[in-house]
Design a protein around this ligand. Structure first.
Ligand code: AHM
Ligand code: MG
Length: 336
């Protein structure tokens, strides 16, 4: 039974046997993500010192090249997962193609592939606004010991075995699920450990926050426009408010705690929406459902979408169950 003051490391060990495929491999994998997250957190926290330490592209005092933080985060996560030899493949929002690991070694037994958005919302870094890392984990479907193939990555979201995010915010948190609820851990920077601070996180069934980039309003499908107007209409039972950070992880995190809905619909600039099914929408949809929320493209459950390519984008509506259902009602009635 999980208790407060528990570290993430203790929690992972304690809950390992509850996981249906338990072999320790998934625990080691989540442990590696925890480790890389701490390293990236350290670097993200220094971002404000850029004028002092040098901007991306500069050479720093030790003669090292300064990297853009999203490139840095990408390298750190890939290095950590590769060196510890616990996954057979990685796909990253920052890479054109997937990376096969140990593909020449017939004895490798690794079963998991990881899909990752190493630093989501990175345009927010320069202005000291929270950013995040999003990860998604599947069991490979091709035989163990053979090189991973595209089909190992193009699985439906409902096949995920784990997913989560790190939010580098006022506090740094790691929130994840292995399909048995959602738990949130806060980093104590003085000690360098994540502590269970938000056990069994749940989306309120409904909420008052809607999060959408209203700058794209004129481009939105009619159903979404009508829903936004519905939120804006004055009504005693609907005291809605708009909150949009522009960092998916942070917008989702707030909405899960307070109750709300996040939308990135299609528009003429983004004909399929902006967000990526595999790196952003599926992991968030898995977390949302595990927390009692809901996620769809306005019509179809996100986790049932059949992926066709690694970097595919889809419209995304995710959050408190009743609010997502309301959007779907509007989409059915008014459509595009
Ligand atoms: P990114 O992967 O290039 O960082 O883009 C994803 C981000 C999300 O975090 C955020 O919700 C969205 O883009 C904001 O987009 P916009 O600025 O179009 O509203
Ligand atoms: Mg992203």
């Amino acid at each position: 039974m999980s208790t407060r003051n528990q570290t993430l490391g203790e929690f992972i060990i304690e809950n390992q046997t509850a996981f249906k495929y338990s072999s320790g491999e998934l625990s080691r994998l989540i442990n590696s993500i925890r480790l890389a997250a701490k390293v990236v957190n350290h670097e993200v926290n220094k971002a404000g010192l850029v004028d002092i330490l040098g901007a991306a592209g500069d050479v720093n005092i030790q003669g090292e090249n300064q990297q853009k933080l999203d490139v840095y985060a990408n390298e750190k996560f890939i290095q950590t997962l590769t060196k510890r030899n616990i996954v057979c493949g990685i796909a990253s929002e920052e890479e054109d193609d997937f990376i096969a690991i140990n593909s020449q070694d017939e004895n490798h037994q690794n079963k998991y592939v990881v899909l990752i958005d190493p630093l989501d919302g990175s345009s927010n870094i320069d202005v000291n606004v929270s950013v995040g890392t999003i990860f998604s984990i599947y069991r490979r479907i091709t035989p163990v010991g053979t090189p991973v193939k595209m089909e190992d990555f193009l699985q439906k979201g409902c096949e995920q075995v784990a997913a989560g995010y790190v939010v580098y915010g006022t506090s740094t948190m790691l929130v994840y699920t292995t399909g048995a609820g959602v738990n949130g851990f806060t980093l104590n920077p003085a000690i360098g450990s994540f502590y269970l601070s938000h056990p069994n996180m749940k989306f309120p069934e409904t909420g008052t926050i809607y999060s959408v980039n209203e700058g794209n309003y004129l481009d939105f499908p009619l159903g979404i426009k009508k829903y936004i107007k519905y939120c804006q209409e004055e009504s005693e039972d609907r005291p809605y408010t708009s909150r949009y950070i522009g960092s998916l992880v942070s917008d989702f995190h707030r909405n899960m705690i307070k109750g709300g809905i996040y939308m990135y619909p299609k528009g003429s600039r983004n004909p399929n929406g902006k967000l990526r099914l595999l790196y952003e929408c599926n992991p968030m949809a898995f977390l949302a459902e595990q927390a009692g929320g809901k996620s769809s493209d306005g019509y179809t459950r996100t986790l049932d979408e059949v992926p066709t390519s690694l970097h595919q984008r889809v419209p995304f509506v995710c959050g408190s169950k009743k609010m997502v259902e309301k959007v779907e009602e509007f989409m059915r009635e008014f459509g595009e």
